[in-house]
Design a binder for this molecule. Structure first.
Ligand SMILES: [Zn+2]
Length: 101
C-alpha cells in the first residue's frame, strides 16, 4: 500500500446460506490511488466486486438495512458507508438514491 493510497469500499452479491436469498454484502476494502484504479483492481482480481465508496479510515460509520430502488421498486438489503448517497440497484443496475425502508 503506497503512501498516497486511499481505501475504497466494495460490495458484492452473494447467496445468504441462512435463507438462500441473493443479498448485497460489504466486500473487502481496496487500497488504491483513485476510484478508477480501485475499479480496475476489482475487474482484474475480483470481478464480482463493485466499488461503492471511498473509505475515510477505521472509524467510518456504516449504514445497513432494507432499501428500495426508486426506479424499479426492487427491494434489497444494503450495507454501505453512512456517507454513501447513491447505490447501484442490483435489479436494474442504475445508480440510484435508495429509499430507506
Ligand atoms: Zn432498480
Amino acid at each position: 500500500m503506497k503512501q498516497e493510497d486511499k481505501i475504497f469500499l466494495t460490495q458484492l452479491l452473494a447467496i445468504d446460506p441462512e435463507d438462500g436469498l441473493l443479498k448485497t454484502w460489504a466486500g473487502p476494502e481496496i487500497p488504491a490511488a483513485s476510484w478508477e484504479e480501485a475499479e480496475q483492481y476489482c475487474r482484474e482480481n475480483m470481478g464480482f466486486l463493485s466499488v461503492i465508496g471511498e473509505g475515510i479510515g477505521q472509524d467510518e460509520a456504516w449504514a445497513g438495512g432494507p432499501v428500495q430502488c426508486p426506479l424499479c421498486a426492487h427491494e434489497w438489503v444494503s450495507v454501505r458507508p453512512a456517507t454513501t448517497e447513491r447505490l447501484e440497484c442490483p435489479n436494474c443496475e442504475n445508480m440510484v438514491e435508495p429509499i430507506e425502508k
